[in-house]
Design a protein around this ligand. Sequence first.
Ligand code: NAP
Length: 496
Amino acid sequence: MSSPEQTRVEVVVIGAGFAGIGAGIRLREAGIDDFVILEKADSVGGAWQANTYPDVAVDIPMCSYAFSFEPDLRSARTYPKGHEIQAYAERCVDKYELRQRLRLDTEVTGTAFDEEQHLWEVQTSRGPLRARFLIVAHGPLVRPRIPAIEGLDTFAGKVMHSARWDHEHDLDGERIGVIGTGSSAVQLVPAIAERVKQLHVFQRTPVWVVPKLDLRIPRLLQVLFRVMPLALLVVRFQSNVLHEAIAYLAFRLKMPALVRLIERLSLKALRKQVPDDRVRAQLTPQYRYGCKRPAISSNYHRTFARDNVELVTADIVHITETGISTADGEHRELDTLVLATGFNTFERGANPPFPIIGRNGVDLADYFETHRHGSYEGVTMPGWPNSFAVLSTTYSLTALYFPMIENSTIHAVRCIREMYARGATCVEIKPEPHAAFVRDMQRRQATSVFLQGDCRTSTFLDQHGDAPVFRPSTGLTAWWRARHFPMDHYSFTTSQ
Ligand code: NAP
């Protein structure tokens, strides 16, 4: 087990969100105890630690938003709130004895592979570490996107990104501008509308919103889940199958009738919630469901029927000291500006947010600038040996985060154990199977919703015109491959 002073460990896990926690649990289960989990924040939870905006909640049902081996038995709602998920993360850390392996307030600033020693050098804000393996689990939503709008820095009022909420700042009675209408805005806009004097929501692209069945779980059912966790597993299985199936059929355009049905459901809810024809038309997406990340909510659209809420669809021209000017010649005076503008994903410095220098001194970020994104099963790259990504943005996610985390960590631990069994010091994906996998993914994504017609502006697209965030296969295939990919796809070597 690692002590705080130890600078040589077997595995460095980067990130203490669910990906890093899942990696830690899997390592311990495999009997690999000499590892540390580095986390730049002062507590665990990752995105749930960073995103604390009003009414932040998960939009995957609780039965599917948990590790398969650790059901969340404390949830009292179908869709738990952010702090409840954060508490679940803390419970996992304690139950699986990860606390003493955590190094909080420790930011990774760079990593480099030592080709002679087969070790990773990890630079952190608290000094260097050396490790045989790197598990990169920082998650894709680490760099808040600050929009490049002229004059933003001149605004004299308060500016907050949704992922950097300032709870000391009182919004009551203020004039607020919210830029962005993605999943974060869909949650926070209804939550603040009642408290503020005036709310202007600046929309560039409307989002598909489907109703949220956010129900209290009856006490009796909660007790049943506790005494018979198998019952929750059955519910989870059904929920997982449903989510995976919808994602697969919608993203892969396999069943257009299903997509149209979801769209009709969404538009029906919109009609019910927004009586004004003009506002309703402005809130109606003009692209296929699934192209951008859809949101779920039963109260977002109805917020625009309130007297103190305005939907602004005119383009933002610039921001001044006092507010926002739009292309229709209007200027709206604001006290606070909320940037619900999402996260940098493919921009340089976002994923990864620090250098990962592999063989021949090549930084992974440089490689992805010049080559199309894609790692083997979303986990490994030739040229970056002894390193594994969990929750990567390259063909690992089918629909649900937890199965992806479990698949990626099982993949990583299989490689590590095989390397030990062979008495080697280096495990690396061979270029041919990597290239074949990525080619297959690229071929399949060409017929996905992201690369079709009106979807060409999707935030899921990278700088090469690919949409590598989603793995274009079924969840079942991803599950099977993690457990059965051929070991001869990897090379094993030993340092001199
Ligand atoms: P997002 O989905 O990327 O949405 C960002 C919004 O900001 C979009 O409406 C975008 O418009 C707008 N925007 C960005 N730059 C702009 C600019 N310069 N001018 C005007 N508008 C601009 O971000 P998010 O809502 O924060 O969600 C990010 C991710 O967090 C999601 O994909 C999801 O995975 C996750 N999330 C999850 C949950 C959950 O419950 N599990 C909740 C919230 C978020 P365009 O569409 O025109 O680009």
